[in-house]
Design a binder for this molecule. Structure first.
Ligand code: OFO
Length: 172
């Protein structure tokens, strides 16, 4: 059975992933309201991905005979200054999530929960990708600068993202 401390920290991380989903849905709302249609759809896919991250953690807790607890998800605002502001806040959030996952890994090590530590490897690597993509989006928006046409091209480049459920190891 999962150690109580590790169990609690997994529930907290699951909550952060649900919050991430909620945050990205809020960003999608702002993007949609401001006619950045493709970026809004991209954020909805990001929302779906975060739900899958949360579900993965939930299933791991269940596999380890832990107790799944659903904490309250914090409210999110839907006010942003610009396209750049949205994506900068997305990167800042991913950096926060990376830190919290690293903290969770450390806790599994301290509690000698080798299986959970191994399970989290996928999440550690996923964060590398999450931050990389977030940085690329910011770079592309910055390259467009104040050029409205270039910003519209950026938005077009965000079209077509479709969510494929990730194959998180050790859940099957
Ligand atoms: Fe779950 O990776 Fe973003 O937050």
């Amino acid at each position: 059975m999962m150690n109580e401390k590790v169990n609690k920290a997994f529930n907290e991380q699951m909550n952060r992933e649900f919050y991430s989903a909620y945050l990205y849905l809020g960003m999608s709302e702002w993007l949609s309201r401001n006619a950045w249609t493709n970026s809004a759809s991209w954020m909805v896919e990001q929302y779906r991905e975060e739900i899958a991250h949360a579900e993965g953690l939930m299933r791991w807790i269940q596999r380890c005979d832990g107790e799944v607890e659903f904490y309250a998800i914090g409210a999110v605002h839907t006010n942003y200054d610009s396209l750049l502001d949205v994506f900068e806040k997305a990167l800042a959030h991913e950096q926060f999530v990376t830190k919290s996952i690293h903290g969770l890994v450390k806790l599994t090590q301290e509690n000698e929960d080798r299986a959970s530590e191994l399970f989290l490897d996928w999440y550690v690597m996923e964060q590398v990708e999450e931050e990389e993509v977030a940085r690329e989006n910011i770079d592309n928006i910055k390259l467009a600068g104040d050029d409205r046409k270039a910003l519209i091209d950026f938005d077009k480049s965000m079209a077509g993202r479709t969510f494929t459920p990730p194959a998180i190891p050790y859940l099957e």
